[in-house]
Design a protein around this ligand. Structure first.
Ligand code: ZN
Ligand code: ZN
Length: 412
């Protein structure tokens, strides 16, 4: 047996408590920045496994296992749930009304705890440092920043490489990797434009912010269609537009809420600059009495996987799970805040996708051409990853990725 096999041979004996932990987490979801029960559970388990445990960023927990010379590997799981009312009908459904692990972060926590246990039990077969990081508040893009603001970089060893995984609506029993952008950068933007209020019967006395906002919405459609090179990816969505309250009053301002997604920092900068330029220009055209205001919020960094790390981890996955179980991930338009942590340490990372859909169900939906309609995606009240083999593969993926850096027979 090589090092990988020695360590992963222990998985079967651990699967019961890993599964119980998953069921427990699923029944007791906690919203972003309120992961108190979850972080306590994580702390207790990591402590029992022999990790040095630190609280960072409120409900964030980091376990460090120093095990001789060698690189340091950081693996991250997010812990928060969503304000979604579960309607899966599963026997282990959420017991918290209106809160649900609808994004599978319970899978991530249980799998990383399992990996942490196997790494601790198998410490004779590798050397270096294993850092298991449990992050709060991914869903609101605040958790990794909270941990960094609370001194994460000085409180744990500097990693050489970082990993994260996310359960997704692809077949269970598979993982999917890709080099380069895998998740988009996400920005939310509140724009306030100013007009001049007047009676609805006296438009000549006004600067009408409703007309101004309407022309901004139309003109913004050209940021992607006319200013972004065909083939490059960008999304500009106006998700809300608010002005006025009644028919016979012209209001004095309008607000627009935008959501922007990009895979490239230069394209992102260009898109944001174009939006601001168009808004300012339309305000001048309308005779707006004041400069518009721009307020950015809920910002998510780009998740762009390092090519060399991804190649190494993909090779390890392929060797361990077989070529059929390792898919090529297409970039997702969703966003994540994991990359802030490796970016802060200035270390490379890879973020892979973990299949969670029963393979037969998936295959049948593909045959019908109804994957989008029939397979509940993340954030759906029906999101329900199958426990087997998802959890076990999630554990193995973390261990395999870590050992590709920490063990002698790295690709074994
Ligand atoms: Zn989510
Ligand atoms: Zn998620």
């Amino acid at each position: 047996m090589n090092d990988h096999e020695t360590i992963l041979a222990g998985l079967d004996a651990e699967l019961d408590w890993i599964r119980d932990t998953y069921l427990d987490l699923h029944r007791h979801p906690e919203l972003s920045l309120e992961e108190h029960r979850t972080s306590k559970l994580v702390e207790e388990k990591l402590g029992a496994f022999g990790y040095a445990v630190t609280r960072v960023g409120g409900t964030g927990v980091v376990g460090v296992l120093e095990n001789g010379d060698g690189p340091a590997v950081l693996a991250r799981a997010d812990m928060d749930a969503l304000p979604v009312k579960e309607s899966t009908g599963l026997p282990y459904s959420s017991e918290v009304d209106g809160v649900m692990h609808a994004c599978g972060h319970d899978v991530h926590v249980a799998a990383l705890l399992g990996a942490a246990k196997l790494m601790a039990d198998g410490r004779g077969a590798w050397s270096g440092t294993y850092i298991a990081l449990f992050q709060p508040a991914e869903e609101v893009g605040a958790g990794s920043k909270a941990m960094l603001d609370d001194g994460l970089m000085t409180r744990v060893p500097r990693p050489d490489v970082a990993f994260a995984q996310h359960v997704m609506p692809i077949p269970a029993g598979t993982v999917a990797t890709t080099a380069g952008p895998v998740l988009s950068a996400g920005d939310s933007l509140k724009i306030t434009v100013h007009g001049k209020g007047a009676h609805g019967s006296m438009p000549h006395m006004s600067v009408d912010p409703v007309v101004l906002a309407a022309s901004i919405v139309l003109r913004l459609q050209t940021v992607v269609s006319r200013e972004t090179k065909p083939g490059n990816f960008a999304v500009v969505t106006v998700g809300a537009i608010n002005a006025g309250a009644t028919s016979n009053i012209i209001p004095d301002r309008a607000t627009l809420l935008l959501n922007i997604r990009t895979y490239d920092t230069q394209i992102r900068a260009n898109v944001l600059a174009a939006i601001e330029r168009i808004v300012k220009g339309e305000c001048v055209t309308a005779g707006s009495p004041r400069e518009p205001e721009f307020e950015y919020y809920d910002q998510f960094p780009l998740t762009s996987n390092d090519a060399a790390v991804t190649e190494k981890v993909t090779a390890a996955f392929t060797s361990r799970f077989g070529a059929d179980a390792v898919l090529h991930a297409s970039p997702q338009t969703a966003s994540e805040d994991f990359s802030r942590i490796p970016d802060a340490f200035d270390v490379p990372y890879t973020f892979w996708l973990l299949g969670g859909v029963d393979p037969e169900t998936y295959r049948a939906a593909v045959e019908r051409g109804t994957v989008a309609q029939d397979i509940p995606a993340n954030h759906s009240p029906l999101f329900a990853p199958v426990i087997d083999p998802t959890l076990g593969l999630g554990v193995q993926a973390h261990v395999t990725a870590a050992l590709s850096y920490l063990s002698e027979d790295a690709s074994g």
